[in-house]
Ligand binder design. Structure first.
Ligand SMILES: *Cc1c(COP(=O)(O)O)cnc(C)c1O
Length: 379
């Protein structure tokens, strides 16, 4: 279907084509100098000591959970209002995700108090997810993790370029995981990155990314090594040079594009205040600088969300829903009864995500908001 206004769009130009062409011409297609450049540029951008590029953010989260030492019998506290990958990553290791609730209708992030309540003798880690690029309460959560000797992993898939107290998200915990999937703020198609300031984690993550091998094809190509040992049970979570090249170009555009996203978000807020105050726009009092990945709004209580979205579709405007809570999925039946998540459930019922991307024309914000007021009448 041709949308009048789609949910998201990619900012690609001749620079991306050129970068990909250069790689194809070089005939070195996987994990070489372009990947190293991408990792160095990304580490410098977020202010982390190490950045390790991987296949996607799900692989990044999995490796972070392995490096954090999670395994059978362990528990990791995670939000339920996130993409299923956050919790799946915990389960891949044999550990159990334990869900914590969000803050409220203004704060869709996992809450400090709910995390604190979920801690048991088995808890080994906390995974936070910065919803829409808006920072979780990191100063308090870092302190809580320290007090209870828990590893802290950030799912920063929405938060590339976000900051809190002058520090980039993804660098607050032990490890931070980023996604470069097609609908994220910067994209390589599929792709991800793990950042850490810890040398030991970095060393382990490098090994785990490529079968636990002590040297890479690249090192051998460069004449740095002849053979290798396998010292750990690793995976093939490597990125390729084509994606790394896209990532380098996209990283260069990120700051300006995130600024556009924030400006459009501000316009949405003002327009809703004026034209549809019955719509709740979360994160009004948010601290820090958001990457403004998503434009979430909450419909009035007891609205019919599916007829609302159907009406928006009829007006040619694509909307989405972030997220069906993980604890309501069939594959998560067994973790359902542990803690009740009343705020997650009521907020998720009302949440709708509106179009937001850097190239969205300014006057389309008003078109969307007017379409929302129209659709509200029929829901
Ligand atoms: C997109 C996303 C992921 C997964 O990213 P992939 O790169 O597609 O594996 C994980 N967590 C959140 C919150 C996401 O939005």
């Amino acid at each position: 279907m041709e949308w009048r206004i789609p949910l998201s769009d990619i900012d690609f130009g001749p620079e991306e084509k050129q970068a990909v062409n250069d790689v194809l011409q070089s005939k070195w297609l996987t994990m070489g100098s372009v990947t190293q450049q991408f990792e160095q540029a990304f580490a410098a951008y977020v202010g982390a000591k190490h950045a390790i590029a991987v296949t996607n953010a799900t692989a990044a989260l999995h490796l972070a959970c392995v490096a954090a030492g999670l395994g059978p019998g362990d528990e990791a506290i995670v939000p339920s209002l996130t993409f299923v990958a956050t919790a799946n990553a915990v389960r891949y290791t044999g550990a159990s995700p334990v869900f914590a609730d969000i803050g409220g209708e203004q704060d869709l992030n996992i809450s400090y108090h709910s995390i604190e309540k979920a801690i048991t003798k088995r808890t080994r880690a906390i995974l936070v997810m910065h919803y829409g690029g808006y920072a979780c309460d990191m100063p308090s959560i870092v302190e809580l993790a320290r007090e209870h000797d828990l590893k802290l992993i950030e799912d920063a898939a929405h938060a590339v370029g976000s900051e809190l107290d002058g520090r980039k998200l993804g660098t607050w915990g032990d490890m931070g995981c980023f996604s470069f999937f097609s609908n994220k703020n910067m994209t390589t198609g599929e792709g991800g990155m793990i950042v850490t300031n810890d040398d030991k984690y970095s060393e382990r993550l490098h090994l785990l990314r490529s079968h636990g091998m002590t040297t890479l094809t690249w090192d051998r190509h460069k004449g740095h090594a002849w053979s290798y040992d396998v010292v750990d049970l690793g995976y093939n979570y490597r990125i390729d040079e084509i994606r790394a090249a896209l990532g380098l170009v996209q990283l260069g555009k990120l700051a300006v594009n995130n600024e556009h996203r924030r400006r459009l978000t501000h316009m949405y807020r003002e327009a809703f205040q004026e034209l549809a105050p019955e719509i709740t726009v979360p994160f009004a009092q948010h601290a820090g600088i958001s990457a403004a990945h998503l434009m979430p709004v909450l419909l009035p209580e007891n609205s019919n969300k599916s007829s609302f979205m159907e009406n928006m579709k009829g007006q040619g405007i694509q909307t989405s829903f972030h997220y069906p809570p993980i604890h309501t999925f069939t594959a998560y039946e067994r973790s359902r009864d542990r803690n009740s998540l009343p705020i997650t459930e009521t907020v998720a019922e009302r949440e709708v995500t509106l179009p937001l991307y850097p190239t969205l024309p300014d006057d389309n914000v008003l078109v969307v908001v007017e379409a929302v007021t129209h659709a509200l009448g029929s829901s």
